[in-house]
Write a protein that binds this ligand. Structure first.
Ligand code: XMP
Length: 514
């Protein structure tokens, strides 16, 4: 199998590179930028990609890969930080740019290159997505300029003979139209990789890995009924059958009626290997008067683990805890392979883990994105009712009630949220949206209802389109639909007298409100 090796310098979007390449059915792996020469040789890549990252090559001790990569005589693509690194390595210069570029930018193509073949034409301008503070100020002698922006003359450079390319912009994000094709040119036309990797290979590889790791021990799976944990359970069930016990914790922070629905579906499939633990009161007590979002996440993470440890004790020989952690959960807590990315927040199933755990973790989906998990789930015969559900975060409604959490607020939010979702399904909009939900704001304002003064909470509606949860755009509703939903919520939910709609993209916002 032809393989691409991505060396990770900690960019928030490194995994998107892998995802785009795997979509072309070409196998690739992400490893920390500083893996050893031997590890690189053992992996035997057909080409290398150096990712972006938050560090600067101008620092006294810049992050560098093992220098042996440059004598492998294989194609290399440097992106953002990787681009600057290549320039410095081959004798160019990088300086701090007075004008930083974040977001959409225009590049002008100055020379033809194989990397842009069939995509960009000479002397024309194209939109790309930039995110950099430093820029290349001197071109290495063996390279030529392929494209420039008004602010970065050496935005794209190439040494065609040695197949080394540097892009200041990010081809892996959707805001670079045709960025996908640039990566395709690199892996197929330049690196000559054959497209022979399939998601079924991932299943086969995972089954072998899980069986080897687990041996005859027991595994408990943290099942929430969402896509990720359900697919994790299906994969483990296929690998180890009855050695798997699924624990569903009803945190009391679920959507309206969700606990009962999940129990019904999974009891039918897993029988006695499924257990529901009702822990609503426990969660509510521990969250009382807590307003700090990180504290809430840590408390919830710890409670989950405490419950799993307690349940494991009741069962025989449980050595492992399986979680449906996906790559976006990990990347926002810490980098998947230890590279130095910035921490955004602690996802409950990653950042909330105590230092001392009674069991080892199995997270077979840790390097996949939601859309890849859905394909995997389909192959494993997970029903559509689960696969098509909008993502729901582990900390549940706790990340949709900014400020202190009370039972009354949870009930109010559950009602508003269920009206919103019911209307989306009725209007056939549910499947067009990546994720939709209501948020209960800690803001009370005056209203007039039935000639009476009201002083109630406000509710925000959030609906976004996204491919992987890493970036998102607000869903543009027809205003009649939004007005109808808003009217129903104010009319039917005691405790809410105002509804607003959130038009923020991610970034700069996040999807959840906390
Ligand atoms: P944000 O709010 O970070 O969310 O833009 C990105 C996606 O991740 C989900 N999310 C979580 N999922 N545990 C999870 O399992 C968590 O702690 C968590 N926090 C956010 C969120 O719903 C969205 O789909």
């Amino acid at each position: 199998m032809d393989k691409i090796l991505i060396l990770d310098f900690g960019s928030q979007v490194t995994q998107l590179i892998a995802r785009r390449i795997r979509k072309k059915n070409i196998y690739c792996e992400i490893h920390p930028y500083n893996i050893s020469k031997k590890q690189i040789e053992n992996f035997s890549p057909k080409a290398l990609i150096l990712s972006g990252g938050p560090a600067s090559t101008i620092l006294k001790k810049p992050l560098k890969p093992d220098d042996s990569i440059y004598s492998l005589n294989i194609p290399i693509l440097g992106i953002c930080y990787g681009h600057q690194l290549l320039c410095k390595r081959f004798g160019g210069k990088v300086v701090n740019s007075k004008k930083r570029e974040f977001g959409k930018s225009l590049i002008k193509i100055r020379n033809n290159s194989k990397i842009f073949q069939g995509i960009y034409k000479k002397n024309k301008e194209y939109q790309v997505w930039m995110s950099h503070g430093d820029k290349v100020s001197k071109l290495p002698s063996s390279f030529s300029i392929i494209a420039s922006t008004t602010n970065a003359k050496f935005a794209v450079i190439a040494n065609e003979r040695n197949k080394i390319y540097g892009l200041q912009f990010h081809p892996e994000v959707i805001h670079t139209p045709n960025g996908d094709k640039i990566l395709e040119n690199f892996v197929k036309k330049i690196s000559l990789c054959k497209a022979n990797w399939r998601i079924s290979d991932f299943i086969e590889k995972s089954l072998i890995k899980i069986k080897k790791q687990v041996e005859t021990h027991g595994v408990i799976c943290a099942l929430s009924g969402g896509v990720d944990s359900s697919v994790t359970a299906a994969l483990l069930h296929k690998a180890i059958g009855k050695q798997l016990k699924c624990i569903f914790v009803d945190t009391g922070l679920l959507r309206k009626n969700e606990g009962n629905e999940i129990e019904k579906i999974f009891k039918k499939k897993l029988g006695n290997n499924f257990k529901r633990v009702n822990a609503g009161n426990l969660f509510l007590n521990k969250l009382k008067n807590i307003t700090d979002p990180e504290k809430k996440r840590k408390i919830i993470g710890k409670l989950f683990i405490d419950i799993f440890q307690k349940e494991a004790k009741k069962l025989n020989s449980i050595k492992y805890l399986a979680q449906g952690t996906l790559y976006p959960d990990v990347i926002e807590s810490k980098s998947v392979r230890g590279a130095p990315s910035a921490k955004i927040k602690s996802h409950h199933n990653v950042g909330g883990l105590p230092k001392k755990l009674n069991f080892k973790l199995i997270e077979p989906l840790k390097e996949l994105f939601k859309d890849e998990v859905r394909i995997l789930g389909k192959k494993l015969n997970v029903p559509d009712i689960i696969l098509k559900r909008h993502p729901f975060p582990g900390p549940g409604l706790a990340v949709r009630i900014p400020g202190s959490i009370t039972l009354r607020k949870i009930k109010i939010l559950q009602k508003a949220d269920s009206i919103f979702i019911e209307e989306l399904k009725k209007k056939k909009l549910y499947d067009k949206i990546w994720q939709a939900f209501a948020v209960l704001l800690p803001v009370r304002t005056i209203g007039v209802m039935g000639d009476q003064r009201s002083y109630e909470y406000s509710c925000a509606l959030r609906a976004v389109t996204s491919i992987d949860g890493m970036t998102a755009e607000p869903y543009y509703f027809n205003s009649n639909d939004l007005a109808q939903i808003s009217t129903r919520i104010v009319n039917e939910v005691n405790g809410i007298n105002r509804v607003v709609y959130d038009y923020t993209s991610k970034p700069p916002g996040t999807i959840e409100w906390e």
